[in-house]
Design a protein around this ligand. Structure first.
Ligand SMILES: [Ca+2]
Ligand SMILES: [Ca+2]
Length: 310
């Protein structure tokens, strides 16, 4: 674990692990209501994805008992040792809540927090821990959309902080790319098209379980991106919706490689490092432009996107 997220510390809670016959019966019942508790193991190969409340983006069910329905995010790898968690939407009403638990080793520490209300505009900061648990609890009546969160393993230290060799940057040719790849992502129809090689598309776009959200990344991420890249990701969603973007990883050659997020031609964000805050568009159309110059690359970026209906 390389840094601690700053969240409210409510003290350390002991997570019950004993299985009584009563809790087993309760778990069986909960699986019918909300799918039960799922363990997601992050490895070097499967290192990012989404979790959501049951039924998302439709309303979550009623009468979901605390702790029975949700996710344990567990990191098991020789290179990776912790997970980042970034919410893209979080909506509950009084009587219901989302609980987030973060646990670290060496020193052993634990935090948990509960969220009730409409957090779209002030979602929890990007958090990180050795492992995490997220679940939703609901009472017997009334609900909302619940939550959608992206997770990604933190990259090994060398990926994040390793020295990059800097070639001589003098002279012309820094951005003489001959081809701009345009990737169109439509979260209403689920259609994803590219003006480049369709066989390489999976290395740049990874749709989630629903067509309304997914990941975009620099080519080959978390491997090093190629030189001379110019990729425009055009995200469009249904009329009246907006986009939530969450940067989970970012590492570029300083000053020469970058990502610009724009809307209606105006820059919303120039990305050079990890940005912990959520980024919302005002409209249903956003462009994300990745550029790299002729030399020196790094692990690039991983951004989670989601169409958010408010
Ligand atoms: Ca409720
Ligand atoms: Ca470069």
């Amino acid at each position: 674990m390389k840094y601690l997220a700053i969240i409210f510390c409510l003290g350390s809670a002991v997570i019950a692990t004993a299985f009584s016959s009563e809790s087993l019966a309760r778990n069986a019942e909960s699986r019918e209501v909300c799918g039960g508790k799922e363990e997601i193991v992050l490895t070097e190969v499967a290192d990012h994805g989404f979790i959501s409340s049951p039924g998302y983006p439709n309303n979550y069910p009623n009468s979901v008992p605390p702790g029975d329905c949700g996710y344990d995010l567990v990191v098991r790898g020789t290179e990776i040792d912790s997970v980042r968690l970034g919410f893209l939407q979080l909506r509950t009403i009084t009587g219901d809540y989302v609980q987030v638990e973060l646990r670290d080793n060496e020193p052993a520490q634990e935090w948990f927090d509960q969220y009730t209300g409409t957090f779209d505009l002030f979602l929890p900061e990007l958090t990180a821990a050795n492992d995490a648990t997220v679940f939703l609890q609901s009472d017997e009546a009334g609900g909302d959309r619940g939550y959608l969160a992206a997770y990604a393993a933190e990259l090994p230290y060398d990926f994040l902080h390793g020295e990059i060799e800097v070639d001589n940057k003098s002279g012309p040719g820094i951005y003489e790319t001959s081809f701009t790849e345009v990737i169109n992502i439509n979260t209403e129809t689920g259609e994803i098209t590219t003006s480049g090689d369709v066989n390489e598309l999976h290395a740049k776009v990874q749709p989630g379980a629903s067509k309304t959200y997914g990941f975009i990344s620099s080519p080959n991420h978390p491997g090093f991106y190629p030189n001379n890249e110019n990729i425009v990701f055009n995200l469009s969603g249904p009329a009246g919706s907006k986009f939530a973007l969450r940067v989970l990883r970012a590492k570029f050659e300083p000053n020469y490689d970058y990502v610009i997020v724009s809307e209606n031609g105006s820059t919303l964000l120039t990305l050079t490092g990890l940005r912990s805050k959520i980024l919302y568009s005002d409209t249903n159309e956003v462009a994300v432009n990745f550029r790299s110059d002729f030399s020196n690359s790094h692990s690039g970026f991983l951004i989670a996107y989601a169409t958010v209906q408010t």
